[in-house]
Design a protein around this ligand. Structure first.
Ligand code: ADE
Length: 230
């Protein structure tokens, strides 16, 4: 079984509509759609926005459904001038930018008393995603790099610059690192796939609603092709 998490309804709607022999089960106040997607046994959930919602969904996928992989699909704000709206970022690893125990001497993002705070994504899934993207989104640029997550919609230049300076990430969003940490805790390979909807700066509030649909289209197309290839 392959687990797929999207945060918002627009991110999971199309995938849900394509599922065959679908049944619904409810856990922790969310619906889990279990069925066949592109011929693969899949469980799909709309987690809701933010790290706690994302972690709950990932834990249910690992614990209840014993998924072999977790794929997180969605959109993100770009942290790099070369990564434009519509482009795709595949996670190499992921970290929480709002984990802040600096007052006790830890670097930003570091979770105290834990082996790692930078959760490495699956090389296998990354390889498949890269190939899938070149097939179905040939005009879209694909980047591989760090995804930086926090419970914050980043929409000002200063916050963006701080995140870039501290974490050297490629994009920022609100769920990926929580999914990554949960996957790591359960020993489940994972990948975050994000299409860029905005530049995470002062233009983000305007760009996000304008480009989010286009960005979601790119990531959904990619996930469908990945499933065909898996
Ligand atoms: N998701 C899409 N754009 C984002 C941004 N700028 N900050 C956080 N999450 C996002």
């Amino acid at each position: 079984m392959i687990g797929i998490i999207g945060a918002m309804d627009t991110e999971v709607e199309e995938l849900k509509s394509l599922m065959k022999d679908c049944r619904v089960e409810r856990h922790a106040s969310r619906d889990y759609f279990i069925g066949s997607l592109e011929g693969k046994d899949t469980v799909l959930v709309q987690s809701g926005v933010g790290k706690v919602n994302a972690a709950i969904a990932a834990e249910v996928l690992a614990e209840v459904y014993k998924v072999r992989y977790i794929i997180n699909t969605g959109i993100a704000g770009s942290l790099n001038k070369d990564i434009d709206i519509g482009d795709i970022v595949l996670s190499t690893d992921s970290v929480q930018h709002d984990m802040d125990v600096t007052a006790l001497g830890f670097n930003r993002g570091i979770i105290p008393d834990q082996d790692t705070s930078f959760f490495e994504a699956s090389h296998e899934l990354r390889g498949i995603a890269k190939e899938a993207c070149m097939k179905v989104n040939p005009d879209v640029k694909v980047f591989e790099g760090r995804v930086v997550s926090g419970d914050q919609f980043v929409s000002d230049k200063q916050t963006k610059e701080d995140i870039v300076r501290i974490f050297n990430g490629m994009c920022t969003e609100m769920e990926g690192a929580a999914i990554a940490q949960t996957a790591w805790s359960n020993n489940v390979p994972y990948l975050i796939i994000r299409a860029i909807s905005d530049k995470a700066d002062n233009s983000a509030e305007m760009d996000y609603p304008t480009f989010k649909i286009k960005a979601i289209e790119h990531s959904v197309k990619l996930v469908r092709e990945m499933l065909r290839m898996m």
